[in-house]
Write a new protein. Structure first.
Length: 114
């Protein structure tokens, strides 16, 4: 059964879709503030426009992007297989950075109290 849109999993997934000619997307986000609400809008991106790449590179972590079109279950599964791991690697790197910062902080605290 085909689906009308597929969640874009990572920046690389978006860039590959765009490079392969896919230009119809939908973006979704939640408004900030006390009265949060979900908003979404069709957002065509043009692979010939460098701002399409720059914009997604900057804001990808703050929005959800969905590729619009006909996607089979195989298409979705293949996207998960190829791009699904990319979010884990940066998270692991971030955890290592935080652990190193914490170790330095604790070492500094020990030397201040000694």
């Amino acid at each position: 059964m085909a689906t009308k849109e597929m969640k874009v999993i990572s920046r690389e997934h978006f860039f590959d879709l765009l490079d392969n000619g896919h230009e119809e997307f939908r973006i979704k986000t939640t408004t900030p503030g006390k009265n949060k609400r979900d908003i979404s809008e069709d957002a065509p991106f043009d692979r010939e426009d460098p701002m399409s790449y720059a914009l997604v590179s900057i804001i990808f972590d703050y929005i959800e992007i969905f590729a619009k079109g006909e996607f089979s279950a195989h298409d979705v599964a293949e996207a998960e297989r190829v791009y699904g791991h990319t979010k884990v690697v940066p998270l692991e790197d971030r955890v290592k950075q935080l652990e190193a910062q914490l170790a330095v902080f604790l070492l500094n605290q020990k030397t201040k109290t000694a």
